[in-house]
Write a protein that binds this ligand. Structure first.
Ligand code: FAD
Ligand code: SF4
Length: 469
């Protein structure tokens, strides 16, 4: 199991410089670095890494192709199971998935599977830093048209993964998206400095449309169109609902209606989808001089790092400790490097306003960790009498999101769980025949790759359903 070559580090933008721009933090591997890292893989007979990947990419096979310098063939191996490798290589929590299972991780550092996946996808897209001279043709294989038509609602990772598989099997697939841009959270939530939109996300979406998938934006299903009319009048034989979980939660504390309090979703949407950070756009945004972001997940890190880049001195306020932070370790590390402050074991109790109704501070209380709660994490308990003030003029609430109820409200018989998600089985079948669902719309806020896995499972179930009719 010994492997003497240390994991190849990835080059990154200097934290002092990147704290003032929206360019990508990580430069990724070049050809030589990727081949060196690929040489660390042991090509295990029983590759545990694959069991950790929710879409079951044949990891040792694609790494073997990287090692041999056959990057086009590596892209073909990945394309069999994933339509968004440049996205996943950047944002997946590999440390708890494929890399978390890699055998090399038992005594040392796992193979950098995510960075290799990103390299292959970027090389295929002709990204200059990889050493590619031109974009390579897509390696996905598409079957002849089978005459069946499926509608997909929502163009996030769940919808795109479902649509891609169905298109590869010969289905005519139409995706309906409420916003003016496809991509779901990848487009409106995750910032440019982690996931460039034009150079990375759009290229992967173009690969999906190259399979024959049609994406129609500005269509809110439940308002502009109804599921029943898609099924009964427009010839779709099945519908996949991948509408995500975009409804922000608030704390319910006094002062949350003051000017200067935002949900992370609104703040990030203004910046990412509506390009508030760019001088050639006129989208208003308010990061303030001193900004507090409440929460400890990926969304909180993204909001804090965005506020910092917009010029605010930024503090993350989180009610548990460092080891309980739900954000990816890499994101926490990057946030600290860039100068974000962390007030851990701290919870807001009230947001204080001035005479104009604008935020001028936040009253917080210190917490300590008590017994484990239902999630298995030790629950935070207030320390009586420990209240203190934090000076700030902006507060961004990043406390999680819930699925939007619109689809279930406008399609009788679609049951919802107590947490607001659509009820669906492992394969994505809902309580109505012909209607399938997956991703955050079912589970509540989760991850890109889990949403993609759910989209793929639903595609297989839709295929079976239509063939069995
Ligand atoms: P979404 O991506 O939410 O897409 C749903 C789409 O459906 C949206 O485009 C929405 O506009 C559309 N829609 C909704 N209702 C309708 C309707 N009625 N009609 C038509 N269209 C509709 N995960 C990671 O793995 N790694 C990360 O680093 C990470 N960072 C994140 C950072 C932020 C800021 C956020 C918000 C989330 C992050 N996540 C991350 C979580 C991840 O992005 C989501 O779990 C994932 O995008 C869910 O995919 P989805 O397809 O289910 O839904
Ligand atoms: Fe390679 Fe690690 Fe997977 Fe083994 S577990 S095949 S070493 S990536």
């Amino acid at each position: 199991m010994a492997n003497r070559i240390p994991r190849v580090p990835v080059r990154e933008q200097d934290p002092k410089v990147r704290a003032h721009n929206f360019e990508e933090v990580s430069y990724g591997y070049n050809k030589e670095e990727a081949m060196l890292e690929a040489s660390r893989c042991l090509h295990c007979k029983n590759p545990l890494c694959v069991t950790g990947c929710p879409v079951n990419i044949n990891i040792p096979d694609f790494i073997a192709e990287v090692l041999a310098g056959n990057f086009d063939a590596a892209a073909g191996v990945i394309a069999h199971d994933s339509s968004l490798p440049a996205v996943c290589g950047r944002v997946c929590p590999q440390e708890t998935q494929c890399e978390g299972k890699c055998i090399l991780g038992v005594k040392g550092e796992p193979v950098a599977i995510g960075k290799l996946e990103r390299f292959v996808a970027d090389w295929q897209h002709g990204v200059p830093g990889t050493g590619a001279v031109a974009p390579a043709a897509s390696r996905a294989v598409v079957a002849p048209a089978n005459g069946h038509k499926v509608a997909v609602i929502g163009s996030g990772p769940a919808g795109l993964a479902c649509a891609s598989d169905l298109a590869k099997w010969g289905y005519e697939v139409h995706v309906f998206e409420a916003l003016h841009k496809a991509g779901g959270v990848l487009a409106y939530g995750i910032p440019e400095f982690r996931l460039p939109k034009d150079d990375v996300l759009q290229k992967e979406i173009d690969e999906v449309t190259a399979l024959g998938v049609k994406i129609e934006t500005d269509v809110v299903v439940g308002r502009t169109a109804l599921i029943d009319s898609l099924l009964d009048d427009e010839g779709y034989e099945a519908v996949f609902v991948g509408t995500g979980a975009g409804l922000p939660r608030f704390m319910g504390i006094p002062g949350e209606n003051l000017n200067g309090v935002f949900s992370a979703n609104e703040f990030l949407t203004r910046n990412n989808l509506m390009k508030a950070f760019r001088s050639d756009y006129r989208t208003p945004i308010h990061a303030g001089v001193k900004c507090c972001v409440v929460g400890g997940g990926n969304v909180a890190m993204d909001a804090a790092r965005t506020a910092l880049r917009l010029g605010a001195e930024t503090t993350i306020v989180y009610r548990r400790g460092e080891s309980e932070l739900p954000a990816r370790k890499e994101e926490v590390h990057h946030a600290k490097e860039e100068g974000i402050r962390f007030e851990l074991l701290t919870n807001p109790v009230e947001i204080i306003g001035d005479e104009n109704g604008c935020v001028e501070g936040m009253k917080c209380i210190r917490m300590e960790l008590g017994e484990p709660d239902a999630s298995g994490r030790r629950s935070p308990v207030e320390i009586p009498g420990s209240e203190f003030m934090v000076e700030c003029d902006t507060v961004i609430m990043s406390l999680g999101t819930s699925p939007n109820p619109l689809i279930a409200q406008t399609r009788p018989g679609l049951e919802r769980s107590k947490r607001g998600g659509l009820v669906a089985d492992e394969a994505g079948a809902t309580t109505r025949p012909g209607i399938f669902a997956g991703g955050d719309a079912v589970t509540g806020a989760a991850t890109v790759i889990l949403a993609m896995g759910a989209g793929r499972r639903a595609a297989a179930a839709i295929d079976e359903y239509i063939k069995g009719r």
